[in-house]
Design a binder for this molecule. Structure first.
Ligand code: FDA
Length: 393
C-alpha cells in the first residue's frame, strides 16, 4: 500500500526543509525524501562550519538568471529579516562578518537543528537514506517508487539541488525530473569556483601560492572587490569565486591589486624622496613581500628607483592596476559552491514556483536557474523559494 501525502519533497536541503516546515504549518501532510544519511549536509559545511545563512542586503541584483526579474517575487515575500526572526526565536547567536553576511556564532549545525525542530513541530515525515528510482504522475497524483516503498502525493516539490560537489550527494536528479515532464533546463556550469591556470603561467606564479590580497577582479563590466588568493592550482578567494560565475572559457579576467593604492604616485614620490630604495621595497609597503618581489622581477625592475625612468615606474603601476589573466578553466563541480543555470524560469510561476505546464509540480532552490553571489545569497534564495512553495501549495 502506498503512503499518501499532500506534499512530497525530494531533497532535505535548505530549500526542501524550508518548504516542508512552511507547508506543514499550514496543515499540509508532508513527506521529505533524501538519499543522504543526514539532512542539510551543505548547510553543515557552509561558511567554514558557521553557515553564512543570509545577507542583509539580498535583492534581485545579487542573482544571475536568464530572467533577472524571476526571483523578485519570492525574495520580496521572504526577506533576510524573516529568516533572522526564526533564528532569533531559536536563540541562535549570530554576527555580521562583512558586507552584510550573517554567520552563526557557534555552528552551522544550529541552523539544521532549527529547521528540524520546526519540521518536527508540524509533523513533517522525514525519510533519509531513501533512494528514489522513479517519479510518475497518475490520476491520484505523483507516484514515487522509493527504497521505502511507494509514495503518492498530490504535489511534488523538487528540491534536490544542483550538480556541485558530487561527493556530497549532488546528482543533477532535479534536471532529469524537469526533462521527464517536458520542462526546459538552461545550460548548467560550475559557479563560485576557483579558476585554474595553464601550466606555464602556473609555473611562473608558483612562488605566489598562498599569497592573499585585497583585489578588484573584473570580467567585462562586472567587478568584485574582495580577497584574492593565489593557489597551487591557480586563483581563488572570494573575488575569484564571484567572478567565476560570469567568466567563460577563453575569456580574460583583470586583476587590480590593492585598488585603493596609487602605485604610480607612491613609486614616483619614493624616487624623489629616497632614490636608493629598491622598487620591490616600495611595493612591499602595500603588497605582500613575495608579490612585490615577483612584480619587480617580472618587470625586470629589481633596481634602485633612481636608476629607473618614470615611464618604467608608470608601466609597473599600470600592471598592478590592470593585470589581465586568462584562466585555463575552473576546478569544476568538484569544488564549485553552486551550479549556474538550471530549470528554466520561463517554465515556472515566479510567485509559487509551480511548473506552468504541470499542475502540482514545483522546483525550488539551487536546481532553478537562479544563482546567487557568494555571501549568503544562495541560502536566502533557498529559504525564499522554499517559503514561496510552502505558502502556496
Ligand atoms: P542542497 O544541495 O542543499 O540540497 C539538496 C538535497 O537533495 C541534498 O540533501 C541531497 O542529498 C538531496 N538529493 C540530491 N539528489 C538526490 C536524489 N537523487 N534523491 C534524493 N535526494 C537527493 N550558500 C550560502 O548562502 N552561504 C554559505 O555560507 C554557503 N557556503 C557553501 C559552502 C560550500 C562548500 C558549498 C558546496 C555551498 C555553499 N553554499 C552557501 C551554497 C548553498 O549550500 C546552496 O546554495 C544550498 O545548499 C542550495 O540548497 P538546496 O536545498 O537547493 O540544495
Amino acid at each position: 500500500m502506498a503512503s499518501k501525502y499532500d506534499v512530497a519533497i525530494i531533497g532535505a536541503g535548505a530549500a526542501g526543509m524550508m518548504a516542508a516546515l512552511t507547508a506543514g504549518r499550514r496543515g499540509k501532510s508532508v513527506i521529505v525524501l533524501d538519499h543522504a544519511k543526514a539532512p542539510g549536509e551543505k548547510i553543515r559545511i557552509s561558511g567554514g562550519g558557521r553557515c553564512n545563512f543570509t545577507n542583509i542586503h539580498a535583492g534581485p541584483k545579487n542573482y544571475i538568471s536568464q530572467n533577472p526579474h524571476f526571483a523578485k517575487s519570492a525574495l520580496a515575500r521572504y526577506t533576510p529579516s524573516d529568516f533572522i526572526a526564526m533564528v532569533d526565536r531559536h536563540g541562535i547567536a549570530w554576527h555580521e562578518k562583512t558586507l552584510g553576511q550573517l554567520f552563526c556564532d557557534d555552528s552551522a549545525k544550529d541552523i539544521i537543528r532549527m529547521l528540524l525542530e520546526e519540521m518536527r513541530a508540524v509533523h513533517v515525515d522525514l525519510r533519509l537514506s531513501c533512494e528514489i528510482s522513479e517519479v510518475g504522475k497518475g490520476a491520484d497524483g505523483f507516484r514515487l517508487s522509493t527504497s521505502e516503498g511507494p509514495v503518492i502525493a498530490e504535489n511534488l516539490v523538487v528540491a534536490c539541488g544542483g550538480k556541485s560537489i558530487p561527493k556530497m550527494g549532488a546528482t543533477g536528479f532535479a534536471y532529469r525530473i524537469a526533462e521527464q515532464f517536458g520542462l526546459p533546463v538552461t545550460e548548467t556550469r560550475p559557479a563560485l569556483v576557483p579558476l585554474t591556470l595553464d601550466p606555464n603561467l602556473l609555473g611562473e606564479l608558483s612562488e605566489l601560492s598562498g599569497v592573499a590580497i585585497d583585489a578588484d577582479v573584473a570580467h567585462g563590466k562586472t567587478r568584485f572587490r574582495e580577497a584574492l588568493l593565489f593557489t597551487h592550482r591557480g586563483l581563488s578567494g572570494p573575488a575569484i569565486l564571484q567572478i567565476s560565475s560570469y567568466w567563460r572559457e577563453g575569456d580574460e579576467v583583470t586583476l587590480s591589486l590593492e585598488p585603493g593604492v596609487d602605485f604610480a604616485e607612491q613609486l614616483k614620490t619614493a624616487k624623489r624622496e629616497n632614490g636608493r630604495q629598491q622598487v620591490q621595497t616600495v611595493l612591499a609597503q602595500h603588497l605582500p613581500k613575495r608579490l612585490a618581489q615577483y612584480l619587480a622581477e617580472t618587470a625586470k625592475l629589481e633596481r634602485s628607483l633612481a636608476d629607473l625612468p618614470d615611464k618604467a615606474l608608470s608601466s609597473l603601476a599600470e600592471r598592478i592596476r590592470r593585470w589581465p589573466i586568462k584562466p585555463a578553466g575552473s576546478e569544476g563541480y568538484r569544488t564549485a559552491e553552486v551550479t549556474l543555470g538550471g530549470v528554466d524560469t520561463d517554465a515556472l510561476d515566479s510567485r509559487t514556483m509551480q511548473a506552468k505546464s504541470v499542475p502540482g509540480l514545483y522546483f525550488i532552490g539551487e536546481c532553478v536557474d537562479v544563482t546567487g553571489w557568494l555571501g549568503g545569497f544562495n541560502f536566502q534564495w533557498a529559504w525564499a523559494s522554499g517559503h514561496a512553495v510552502g505558502e502556496n501549495i
